[in-house]
Design a protein around this ligand. Sequence first.
Ligand code: SF4
Ligand code: SF4
Ligand code: FES
Length: 340
Amino acid sequence: MAVRPLGAVPLEPPRRLLTVTVDGAETRVPEGATILDACRANAVDTPTLCYADNLTPVNACRVCVVEVEGSRTLVPACSRTAEDGMVVSTDTDRVRHSRTLVMEFLASSVEMDLTNADVHRWMAEYEVHPERFGAQMPELPADERDRRDPGHHHEPLDPTVAEGVAQPVKIDNELYVRDYSRCILCYKCVEACGVDAQNTFAIAVAGRGFDARISTEYAVPLDESACVYCGNCIGVCPTGALMFRSEHEMREDGSWDEQQQTVTNTICPYCGVGCELELHVQDNEIVKVTSPWDHSVTNGHLCIKGRFGFAYVQSRREDDPTRRRAGARDRRGSSESASD
Ligand code: SF4
Ligand code: SF4
Ligand code: FES
């Protein structure tokens, strides 16, 4: 085995450059790059929902599809590796039609209002009209979807309205909530809980077809599951289905205001690993904690102490997070909690 001199940094072997044509313009990308990389290198805006730069592509949503010369079917740009001489078209009728349909189907059954600005822009650009599938189904009783038979499809509950996933928010712990009315089944949380980050495997997809949903084992509450509350699933969720309890409660009482928030980057003080934290602060209170996806230590992922330890930092009363949040609401002037 070759001995590397002390201090030498191992370098990856140089990668061959490939020529890819995207919408008529030639671009060069290194071997191993995806079609999405080639699109980005060419400044071609490509919608993505299930893709994240810090997770393995799973091809769940298909909103990123493109046409590739010689390929009969549309190709997901986020996962298909580029090949030398590949000719890609991103703005054909077929591509636009397919992207529009994906977003319309999702938005007809799922609450998309808390997705990021890019998703809202794509929905406008692709003229997404989910309302053409009919009125949304009323909210289902709590846990009704969790009780559906695995491996079977349910009969439509009401064929006159668009099938939906609206249901009450699951609040079963102090740290975060699960609002599956907003879940587009992108699998990102499952990946972050599994081999891509946490290796805890507390959540997975249960059921099939329209009954497919994210679930703990046997749909038990989080505190009875294998969950270790790292919050890495929240960090990757693109729709707000998984949310800090602090954010959820502030949205409920109308005090959540991102315009008023500042973000301060710091290093987590709990251990020597050196994770970078982004502290989101409103009214002098930390309201949530994230980490940059491209940070070399975290890749955007944290442990429970970095993600949720802020409750300890700003503890002003006894060790009671409910009272603390209520206190924060009082300070923001919520009359509802003034009696706390
Ligand atoms: S908080 Fe962590 S362990 Fe729990 S479900 Fe989310 S990713 Fe898995
Ligand atoms: S809960 Fe969020 S991250 Fe998980 S599948 Fe649903 S939308 Fe994706
Ligand atoms: S973003 Fe490519 S398949 Fe979802």
